[in-house]
Structures are given as C-alpha cells and as structure tokens.
Ligand binder design. Structure first.
Ligand SMILES: [Zn+2]
Length: 461
C-alpha cells in the first residue's frame, strides 16, 4: 500500500519540490508490514521487484509522503537525499529493555553465577563510575544501536540526567527510567523519592525524543512502601514504570517467604501493575500471574539472550502469554549479560527459543517477531513510530539487500530474523535525522577514544 500526500494528489513529473522537505529516502523497497504494522497479515513481509521502489519524503521530524521512486525527483535546496536503492526500509527497531550505562562493562565479567558476578564484579565497577562515565558509556551503546538498526530503546539506569543528555546528543529516541532502589533503608527511601521528584520536574527538559520514567529496580531492592509511593506518584503524573519481575526462581521464593505473596501479586497489591508498567524478564510466571499481567495491561519485556546466558531458569512462556493477551516486547538487557545490543540477534533468539520451548515451529513466526520490535513496541511506548507511514515520526533503517545474508530474498522477515544480524543495516534515520549513512556514524571514533581513556580507572587497576 502506497500513501500519497493528500495536499498534492495529482503530483506529476513536473511537481515542484516542497520547501519543507528535509530528507528524501530515495529508491527503497518497503514491505506492506512496515507500512501498516500488520506483520502477520498475508503478504506483509514480501518485497518483489525494483518496480515497487519508493521515495520516503520527510519534512522535519515526520514522514510527509511515500511516493513511487523517481530518480529525477526535484529536491529543494538544502534537502538531503539518502540513496536507498538496493535496500529495504524498515521502521527503526525498538529495544524494550536495556541498561545502556553499563556498555563499558562488556566482557568485563562473564560465565559466573549471578550473585558473585554482581557482588564481586558488577557492583564494584559501578561504584567507580562517575556521572560523566555514565554519559560516555551511553554514547558508546548508542553507537552500537545506531549501527545495528535500533532507533529507540527503553532503559533503566542510574544518573538519569547524564543518560538523557547522552541519548539526546546521540540523536536517538528513548524512554529512560531512573533506576531507584532503597534496599529497605528509610534514608535511602527519601533519597529515591527525591530522585523521582527530579524525574517529574525534568520530564520536558531533554527534548521531544526523550521520555523519562521511574525505574524501581525490583521488588527485592525497593521496599513496599516506596513501591506504593512510586506507583501512586507515577499514576498521578502519567509517568511510566520500568521494573524487573520474576527473573529467577530464588527471587520468587524469597518474595513469597517475606511477603506471603509471589512477585506479581505483591506488586499488584502495591498498585505497581498497570498499562504504563514495563516488566522485564517475566520468566517464572504461573497461569494466574500471566492472566493478571494481561488484565492489568502490563508490558512484559522478553530478554531471551540474557536469560539463557545467566541461566535464569527457563524460557519466558511466550506462547502462553500471547494466548492470554499479554503485551510482549523484546529487549537485550545490558551488554554485561548479553553481550550485545543487536536487536536482530535478540529477535532471532526470541523466535528460536519460543519454538524450542514448545516443540512447535509455528510459534513466533518471523513477521510476528518483527512486529514485536516495531509496531507493538511503539504502541506500548505510546509513540508515533514503529511504522513507515505519513504523519509518523521518521525513524527508518535501511537493510542492504545485496548483503549475502539477505540474498536471494524470498521473504524479508525470514531473512531479517533467521539469517541477518545488525551488520545488514546500511543507514539509520531517527526523528528525520540521518544518524548513520552507508555504515558511518559521525562521532564514533571520538566516542571510542573517550571511553578508552576512562577504562584504566574503571577496571580498578
Ligand atoms: Zn535488566
């Protein structure tokens, strides 16, 4: 389906360029699913010949029109033309669960049990990180996401102001949850409430690409009273909540021992579960808990690689959750436990794990997987992205169809999910700005050098 500008329905070869156009993505193939978000509809993932090439015309931050490709399309002075011939355009991928500030910890500690890994390696490293380190770690993670076709992510980490500044400077879009944990201490609880009030006060400070959220780390790191206060404050201010939920069997057992309730019921009793709640992992859920998440409209964030690598004790029950009507999104978790931010790989793991866990190869087909990281995630985040259509924000990635991973190209979604990885991304556009063109991100070398200069102090000699 092609969308034409309603303001100029008879536009022909002689039409003058619109002075408002700032970018023309010229000559891309756009599968129907990318345009309407209905990735499981018949034919949604197919692209055929060069005759279906289009020009995506962007005015400012938004897509203005999608028109048949014209190599000789006139462009107003100052309009940027991004050569997209030989590519397929997809909506920018959305990573639903990250801790981008941890990107400097990639391969610092691996192949360890969870608690020694945290206590001996990750927490001491974090204790040495300054707010400025968090800024540069975020810049580094953003480079990787831009290079692998992610334009938006949902994050939880400390130092939300440095995180938001880094993401703003990178050109990416994000929902950034300030990590909050009081460990049951009254003085820490007051500090965390002050941070939450700062989040509310700063929500419009970082521009239109940044949404701020509360990130109570988990039911075992935040006291019940603080969780209830955060839930009430978030609801009053319409602030999203991002939390870890039922990642390991141990935390479920501890919660039941300490509160008499398993984590979903406990959080529900505190008012934490609702349609603005993003719950990471959701590995250890019974049928009643799955029904509860569906009823409350909670978004479950599936992190298959992290769950496998940390041996979190079984796959998230994807088929059962979808059957119950739970909103499921996919995220990488941090590179300390993944170790990549490449959403192509994450979606592949999600699809393979869902099939393996059920013994049913029809579970989580490729088109559906693409939808989880595009239209479904956009709807969950309440952002006008996740589809390539007029009026929506211009978050677009171009996939190189000449790459051997994408050839001969019988089905775009199957190639993207089962064959390709982020190296198939040729160019990345976010909010109408070209962040990567033909594999080049402008400030990558400078960011790498800045991070290298900080590593000696961070690893603690
Ligand atoms: Zn996490």
């Amino acid at each position: 389906m092609l969308h034409h500008p309603t303001s100029n329905p008879g536009a022909g070869a002689s039409a003058a360029p619109d002075a408002a156009d700032t970018l023309i993505v010229s000559g891309a193939l756009v599968p129907p699913g990318a345009q309407d978000g209905r990735w499981t509809a018949p034919g949604a993932t197919r692209i055929s010949g060069a005759g279906e090439r289009v020009d995506i015309i962007v005015a400012g931050r938004r897509i203005r029109a999608i028109e048949p490709h014209r190599p000789d399309r006139p462009a107003a002075a100052g309009t940027q033309v991004l050569d997209a011939r030989g590519t397929a355009a997809l909506p920018g991928l959305i990573n639903a669960h990250t801790h981008n500030g941890m990107t400097v910890m990639r391969s610092y500690a691996d192949d360890m049990p969870l608690m020694p890994w945290l206590q001996e390696k990750i927490w001491p490293f974090e204790a040495r990180m300054t707010p400025e380190d968090v800024y540069w770690s975020n810049r580094l993670g953003c480079i990787e996401m831009i290079r692998t076709g992610t334009t938006c992510f949902s994050d939880m980490y400390w130092h939300f102001e440095q995180t938001a500044t880094a993401v703003r400077d990178s050109g990416m879009r994000a929902q950034l949850a300030a990590a909050l944990a009081d460990f049951g201490a009254a003085d820490r609880a007051e500090e965390q409430k002050a941070v939450a009030r700062d989040v509310v006060a700063a929500r419009d400070r970082f521009g239109s690409r940044i949404t701020l959220a509360f990130g109570p780390h988990a039911n075992y790191t935040v006291s019940g009273a603080t969780l209830a206060w955060l839930a009430e404050t978030a609801a009053a201010a319409d602030i999203p909540l991002h939390i870890h939920l039922s990642e390991t069997a141990g935390e479920v057992a501890n919660c039941a021992r300490d509160t008499g309730l398993r984590p979903p019921a406990y959080l529900d009793s505190l008012g934490v579960l609702g349609p603005r709640t993003f719950a990471a992992h959701c590995v250890h859920l019974d049928d009643t808990e799955i029904a509860l998440l569906a009823e409350r409209g909670v978004h479950a964030l599936h992190n298959p690689k992290s769950n496998l690598k940390l041996a979190s004790g079984g796959p998230m029950r994807y088929r059962d959750m979808r059957a119950a009507g739970v909103s499921v999104l996919v995220g990488t978790d941090s590179v300390a436990s993944n170790n990549s931010l490449d959403m192509f790989e994450e979606l592949q793991f999600a699809a393979l794990l869902a099939k393996h866990a059920t013994g049913d190869p029809t579970v989580l087909p490729a088109g559906e997987a693409l939808g989880l990281a595009t239209s479904a995630a956009a709807d969950a985040l309440r952002l006008p992205i996740g589809r390539i259509a007029p009026g929506l924000l211009a978050d677009i990635v171009l996939i190189d169809l000449t790459h051997p991973m994408m050839f001969p190209g019988h089905d775009l979604a199957a190639d993207v999910i089962y064959s390709a990885n982020g190296r198939a991304v040729q160019s990345t556009v976010c909010d109408g700005q070209v962040l990567m063109e033909s594999g080049v991100v402008a400030d990558e070398a400078e960011i790498r050098a800045e991070v290298m200069g900080r590593l000696g102090r961070l690893v603690g000699g």
